[in-house]
Design a protein around this ligand. Sequence first.
Ligand SMILES: Cc1cc2nc3c(=O)[nH]c(=O)nc-3n(C[C@H](O)[C@H](O)[C@H](O)COP(=O)(O)OP(=O)(O)OC[C@H]3O[C@@H](n4cnc5c(N)ncnc54)[C@H](O)[C@@H]3O)c2cc1C
Ligand code: HEM
Length: 392
Amino acid sequence: MSLEDRDALRLLRDAFAPQDPGPPETNELVHRFYTHWFALDVSVRDLFPPEMDAQRAAFAHALHWVYGELVEQRAAEPVAFLAQLGRDHRKFGVLPSHYDSLRRALYATLRTHLGEAWTDAVEEAANQSLNLITGVMSGAADADEGPAWWDGTVIEHMRVSRDLAVVRLQLDRPMDYYPGQYVNAHVPQCPRRWRYLSPTIPADPGGGIEFHVRQVPGGLVSTAVVNETRPGDRWRLSSPHGGLRVDRDGGDVLMVAGSTGLAPLRALIMDLSRYAVNPRVHLFFGARYRCELYDLPTLWQVAQHNPWLSVTPVSEYGRDPSWAADYPDPTPPRGLHVHQRGRLPDLVTKYGGWGDRQILICGGPDMVRATKAALIAKGAPPERIQHDPLSR
Ligand SMILES: Cc1cc2nc3c(=O)[nH]c(=O)nc-3n(C[C@H](O)[C@H](O)[C@H](O)COP(=O)(O)OP(=O)(O)OC[C@H]3O[C@@H](n4cnc5c(N)ncnc54)[C@H](O)[C@@H]3O)c2cc1C
Ligand code: HEM
């Protein structure tokens, strides 16, 4: 049986491996595959954004993992993953015919790529695995009767700092998600470019949803959202993903938020505030400047009414820049912990490794990596530390 031929599957897996040296998107096979697929099926090209590097990396990574599981003769997890991917792909406008052209293009590219190594056994393993991958994805997409996406209208856009916006939307139908999850979002200013955003409030049966967006330097979508989003804009959101959570019976909690990394932690805190008794939660909320700690007034209000929550505001620099005067002053009334100056990884670990805590870290990838490494170096058990994927 070809899906039991581990040598053949290993060969296919290795074709999707990141090439050394170089970033993952340099996989030559995947490059050639997309060129071939777009030539074979011109209707497919229009679904993708012009810049394909991140996509090539995500595709290679997914297939490398799936083939790795098949090599180990494990089917349950990859089948569940592919089914979810297929359901999620409905929002891109993927059609059954696209799966057929993908299968043919990938088969042909693999065959050319493997050259002399292409034996009858590899041929059979390739055919069966490609049938499995495309069959599971398209089958799950067909079978799902739930919504493929959620559309909503922007009702409020607040520029809370130079690089930060709070965006509120009214969804056409409510979305059910767990606090701490994130969605893939599509905004009208940037067609075909989907970016992950984390709702900042728990799911609202009335369909309200809120996002906090930070403009990253040179960032396409975040720049558009912070500068150009207007009430009336129509956004499209994917189904929710991610598993950040607080176990209310799992002991005290440390949360570390860098800038809009606050979003999912805020949703979790708001959810906890429905209960009278909770584990103690200590939140470090950091930014470059004090004036960028845009949500302190809300956090102050929540902490006022919920003694289990304490909040330490942190900024890298002592003085605010001159443009701070152009935006609302986020200084809360007295009552929060004393403001601290420094970088989050250094400040958080000044108090030890927090090894007895459930630890949740959210923010830019560099900050998350640095904070996690600093906590582990101070003795925090890695398995107690949660964070979202650092890229898609
Ligand atoms: C699970 C998850 C949840 C997220 N939730 C939120 C959220 O609630 N609010 C929010 O504002 N953002 C959030 N992000 C980040 C967001 O999805 C985008 O990556 C970010 O807005 C940049 O997109 P862009 O199109 O502006 O930049 P791009 O045009 O894609 O990239 C431009 C440059 O910025 C760099 N870059 C990309 N992302 C970041 C980043 N996060 N920090 C620093 N540099 C970066 C890239 O490497 C590149 O050099 C989340 C990301 C993930 C993975
Ligand atoms: C019918 C065939 C398919 C079509 C038309 C298609 C199309 C797309 C599009 C348009 C995107 C978004 C690109 C972006 O935002 O930059 C995407 C993302 C992605 N695709 Fe596919 N795809 C197909 C099949 C597959 C298969 C077979 C896999 C791997 C098993 C796969 C893995 C991924 C991954 C991992 C992502 C990134 C995650 C995400 O954005 O959901 N795709 N795909």
